[in-house]
Every structure is written in structure tokens, then in C-alpha cells.
Design a binder for this molecule. Structure first.
Ligand code: OXD
Ligand code: MN
Length: 596
């Protein structure tokens, strides 16, 4: 072990003042789970129903990522950009010193060496998280590769990211602990220049499992900018078509927009196979052959439970049959888990807050952001070689959002730069994964709004550069499963039937489908999308694919206003793309006038 790490650990310990320090090597899972049961943090589930699985109930105030308490502390405010909460680094350090001073009193400080990516891969990056939460240690063991081998890699000269986490609930002498200690003064802080993470107050997922959003995306994106790669909020799958050809596809969707479902897609068309490589985060680098190659830096799934059922994602259900940690779902009377969307509601449950629940209660039994956490290997769809060190060369990148209007089922970008424009302008109706009003449209560029560790406009510029530096970049598409008709009904059946969209995309990659040019990109030509057996009439298909010049013209106004927020940092290419789009819409409008 390096003295650098030892010194850092003692420095954090003298600040936080834990009762003791425990170095974790990855072998402690069972012991910690037993401890969590003893403390009441974990409720063991019925082993006959779900072996070696547990339910955690958080404090009802600690249930989601807290974006307004997430800070990017770069030296210059403009380097955080208008979409991040910037805080002056020295002032933040002072604040953190106050918050963390004595914050681990009465607790054990765990030291977790972890790797994002296969240990030893040139795409892997290492971190050390210290935390006073055994729940965090147990979850980190599922979500990352926790191993003392990481210390060897660091000793051999690899860089590492220091990550400090405390629930912020010191225990006085003899004070009884609560099942879910936390502190309302949540701070999730990233220092991009020194590549450090400090998180205080929350034990919940993205706030406390610091390998995930904090390291793999916020700090990851700044490492990627500096080192010439991309750290993305994307799933990663390998698709085999009926001819046996394989295609690697990454896809970015805002949180809770069906990413896990696509990652484990159960194909509805015969002869297709979809294998899961990752469900949330993808790191993309340039490959020697002029393509982009990708890995999943994570080691487990941390998926939203509600809405997961036999019809929507049987594969996800199969992944959590055992060795699963559930957070904030409901408990059945026979010691198993339940959430809205799993099945018909049972007559009685214990809800996510620990209260009695019946269908008449008029409340959700599971929190809408409740989660399941399982090792990646348990996904029945996992690619046998999912964690190969060399990664997967990308054939296509998809951008999605939850759009009731305007955005067709699938659109292919004209080229890389247009694809970056598509990624920059995706929007989604707000979901439950973050705090805030559900249902409002929010622009979520690259699904990275809460996760980009630097100025979003500089990030777009980085994307433009990366694609133009390789000879054979992936093709970029935009998809939208969620378009609604005038009665507010989602028109496309979605889920397994999204295979049909994948099928069209592959047809484009193979140059078998021609598509049809529109001002916003290429959509399927009539008859190209296989809708056999779906019972969708021509009129509905027309509405699903429609590109309406007037409402798109209005959308360009919104995009322009959004872009204006980035001031001079906005890459001129984005403005050029916007002008191009407007010209095309004008032309379409004129053609419509002539035709009518
Ligand atoms: C997640 C998220 O937890 O995006 O993956 O919020
Ligand atoms: Mn996510």
C-alpha cells in the first residue's frame, strides 16, 4: 500500500474522528450484511422466496439524489458552467471541514479500494472511498469491484480518486443508533481539478455510492475531457440479428426513462438476441482501428423497481431472485418484496416507510425511486464476456427522452456533428429519480444534466472533437418511445416491441433501409419499420413519425433560448446546426403550402 493512501486515510480519520478504521478487501459482504440485520438497517427477506436478500428502508427524507445539494467546485465558475451548482473551492473546503469535523464519532470508518472497469484494463480507473456507513460498503461491493488488488495497481503508479463519505450522524457515548442515520444538510461535492469527492449527509444510492455518479460521471467526465475519452450516462448492449451479425450499441436516456428495460430487452422479433453489457454508465475511448470502444465501469445493477414486472422486464425480475439488496420497496406478509407494477396489489403489505398498507390506503406502497441492487452477473441477459478488458467497438449511439410531442419514434442524424446536436437537445419529462416536480419538461443534454462535471458547452465541444478524431465513429440516432396522441395515450407499445426500432436501426447500419429525409434527420420510410402484428393503423404510425414544421419551429425557439444560456462557451457548430434545422423547416413549410 502506498504511504500516500495511508496518509490520506489518517488525515480523514483525524478530521472525522471515527472510533476505529477498517480496511475492506472485498471479502466482508456476508459479515457486513449480518451486522446490518443486527442493527435493523436490513430486514432479511424470506430465504425460501429470495435467498440472501435484504430490504433497507431509508429515512423518508433521504430517498433520491439531491441535485440542488450537488456542487462542482472548479477554480473558475465558468468551468462548472450554467447547468451546475458552482461553489468557490476554498469556501467549500472550509464548509466541509466544519461538516466532517467529528462526523464519524462513535462509528467505524471503512476504507474501500474500488475499481471502475476491469482491474488492469487501460480503461479502468481506481478510487478509494472512506465511509461510516456499512450499507454503503455492502452496496459498493455489488456496484464496483472492491479488491485489495486496486491497492496494488495504485502502488504500481496508477492514479486514484479520493472519495470521502459520511452520513453525518455522529453517536455520543452510549447513544443508540437509528436504522438509517443521515443528516439533512446534504452536500455532494466534486472538485474537478484535484479529482476529489466529498459527500455528506445522505446514505442514498447516487449520493453515497461514490463510484457511480460522482466518480464515473462527474469526475469521470473531467478525466475524460483531459485524457481524450468520454464518460457517459449510457447503457451498453450487444445485439445479434437473425443473420448472426453483432452490433454494439450505447444509449443515453435521462434517469428512469426505461434504460434498464432496453439494457435487458427481450426481443419481440424472432432471431434477435440482446445481451447486457451495462445498464447505466459507459466509458468510451478511441480504439486502434479508428472506432470508438466502450466498457461498463460498474459491476452491478442499481435499478428503479416500480414499473418492473413480468410484462415490462422479466429479465430484470430474474436478475434479483437472490443476493439482492432492495431499498424502499414494500414488504409482503410472507417476507418478500413488492412494488407498483410488479403484480396485482396484495391485500396487505408493509409499505416503504414501515407502515401497514392495503390497496385502500391511497398511497404508494413502494417509493417511486425505490431500487434493486444486484451483481451484473445475475442479469440473465448478461454477455458472457461483458467485462472483457478490451471493451466493445461501438456501431451506434442512441439518445432518448420521454417526449409526449414532436419527437418521432426514431430519427437518424445526418452525421456526427448533427448527432451531437441531437444529444445536446434531448429533453424529458421530469421523473422520480431526482427531487423536483414530476412531469415538467426538462432539457437533459446527453442525459448528463446532473452528471457532467464541467461546463456542458465545453463537453459538447469535446464530443464534437472526439467523433472527428476517429475515422469510423458510430452512427447516432434519437429515439422516443413515449409520444402521445391527442387523448394523452402513449401510441407506441414500447418494451419488447422496441426491437422493431432496433431492427430498423440495424437496417440503416447495414445500408438495407433507405429511410426518408426530414428537417430533423432520417426517419423510416413507409413500410420500412416492421410493425407486423402490432395492430397500429396508418394514421397512428403517421402520428408516431410526424415531423410538424410549425411545432418544430416553436421547438427551435426553445432550443435557442436553452443555448443562449451557455453564452460564449457554446460551440459555433451548435448554432450552425440550429440554423440548418430552421432552414430545412422553412423549406418544408413552403413545400406544404405549395402542396395544400
Ligand atoms: C440512477 C439515476 O440512479 O440516473 O441511475 O438517477
Ligand atoms: Mn442513471
Amino acid at each position: 500500500m502506498t504511504t500516500e493512501i495511508e496518509n490520506w486515510v489518517s488525515e480523514i480519520a483525524s478530521l472525522t474522528k471515527p472510533d476505529n478504521i477498517r480496511w475492506i478487501d472485498g471479502s466482508e459482504q456476508d459479515e457486513l450484511n449480518a451486522l446490518l440485520v443486527e442493527r435493523g438497517t436490513f430486514t432479511p427477506l424470506n430465504p425460501e422466496k429470495r435467498p440472501n436478500s435484504f430490504l433497507a428502508r431509508t429515512n423518508p427524507a433521504d430517498v433520491a439524489r439531491v441535485e440542488e445539494r450537488t456542487f462542482i467546485c472548479s477554480e473558475r465558475e465558468q468551468d462548472a458552467g450554467p447547468t451546475n451548482n458552482w461553489f468557490e473551492p476554498r469556501a467549500m473546503r472550509e464548509k466541509l471541514q466544519g461538516l466532517f469535523d467529528g462526523s464519524m464519532r462513535g462509528r467505524t470508518m471503512y476504507v474501500i479500494p474500488f475499481s471502475m472497469g476491469p482491474i488492469g484494463s487501460d480503461q479502468a480507473r481506481y478510487g478509494i472511498e472512506v465511509t461510516d456507513s456499512a450499507y454503503v460498503v455492502s452496496s459498493m461491493m455489488i456496484m464496483t469491484r472492491v479488491s485489495s488488488k486496486v491497492l496494488d495497481e495504485i502502488a504500481a503508479g496508477s492514479e486514484w480518486v479520493p472519495a470521502v463519505h459520511s452520513v453525518g450522524a455522529p453517536l455520543a457515548e452510549g447513544e443508540q443508533d437509528v436504522a438509517w442515520p443521515c443528516n439533512p444538510d446534504v452536500h455532494v461535492v466534486q472538485f474537478p481539478e484535484t479529482k476529489e469527492i466529498w459527500s455528506f449527509g445522505s446514505g442514498y444510492g447516487g449520493n453515497s455510492l461514490l463510484g457511480k455518479k460522482a466518480m464515473s460521471l462527474r469526475i469521470g467526465s473531467t478525466m475524460a475531457r483531459d485524457e481524450g475519452w468520454l464518460a457517459e450516462h449510457m447503457l451498453l448492449i450487444r445485439i445479434t440479428n437473425p443473420e448472426g451479425k453483432q452490433f454494439n450499441v450505447a444509449a443515453a436516456f435521462p434517469s428512469a426513462c426505461g434504460k434498464t428495460n432496453l439494457a435487458m430487452l427481450k426481443p419481440s422479433l424472432p432471431g434477435y438476441k440482446v445481451e447486457t453489457i451495462g445498464d447505466d454508465i459507459t466509458w468510451i475511448a478511441k480504439s486502434a482501428s479508428g472506432k470508438l470502444k466502450a466498457i461498463n465501469p460498474e459491476y452491478g445493477l442499481f435499478g428503479v423497481a416500480p414499473g418492473t414486472g413480468p410484462d415490462t422486464n422479466q429479465h430484470a425480475l430474474d436478475s434479483m431472485k437472490e443476493n439482492a439488496v432492495f431499498t424502499n420497496v414494500a414488504l409482503t406478509d410472507d417476507g418478500d418484496v413488492w412494488w407498483e407494477g410488479l403484480s396485482e396489489p396484495p391485500a396487505h403489505l408493509t409499505d416503504w416507510k414501515g407502515n401497514d398498507w392495503t390497496p385502500e390506503s391511497g398511497e404508494l406502497a413502494a417509493h417511486p425511486n425505490s431500487r434493486f441492487c444486484v451483481p451484473m452477473e445475475q442479469a440473465p441477459t448478461v454477455a458472457p464476456d461483458w467485462d472483457r478488458a478490451e471493451g466493445f467497438e461501438l456501431d451506434a449511439i442512441l439518445f432518448g427522452g420521454r417526449r409526449a410531442t414532436n419527437v418521432p419514434l426514431v430519427t437518424e442524424s445526418r452525421d456526427w456533428n448533427h448527432g451531437v446536436f441531437m444529444g445536446a437537445t434531448i429533453a424529458s419529462e421530469q421523473t422520480a429519480a431526482a427531487e423536483g416536480p414530476v412531469g415538467q419538461l426538462r432539457r437533459d443534454p446527453f442525459a448528463m444534466l446532473p452528471f457532467c462535471g464541467y461546463n456542458m458547452a465545453d463537453y459538447w465541444n469535446h464530443w464534437l472533437n472526439i467523433g472527428n478524431e476517429v475515422s469510423n465513429p458510430p452512427k447516432i440516432f434519437q429515439v422516443n418511445w413515449f409520444r402521445k396522441d391527442e387523448n394523452g395515450r402513449i401510441m407506441w407499445p414500447g418494451f419488447s416491441e422496441n426491437t422493431r426500432v432496433v431492427d430498423w436501426i440495424i437496417g440503416r447500419l447495414e445500408n438495407k433501409n433507405k429511410g426518408q429525409a426530414t428537417p430533423i434527420g432520417r426517419i423510416p420510410a413507409t413500410g420500412e419499420l416492421n410493425i407486423e402484428g402490432l395492430g397500429l393503423d396508418d394514421e397512428t404510425m403517421q402520428k408516431i413519425m410526424d415531423v410538424d414544421s410549425d411545432s418544430w419551429m416553436a421547438e427551435t425557439e426553445m432550443i435557442e433560448a436553452f443555448f443562449d444560456g451557455f453564452g460564449l462557451a457554446l460551440p459555433p457548430e451548435m448554432t450552425r446546426q440550429l440554423h440548418w434545422l430552421r432552414n430545412q423547416l422553412e423549406l418544408q413549410r413552403e413545400a406544404e403550402l405549395v402542396n395544400n
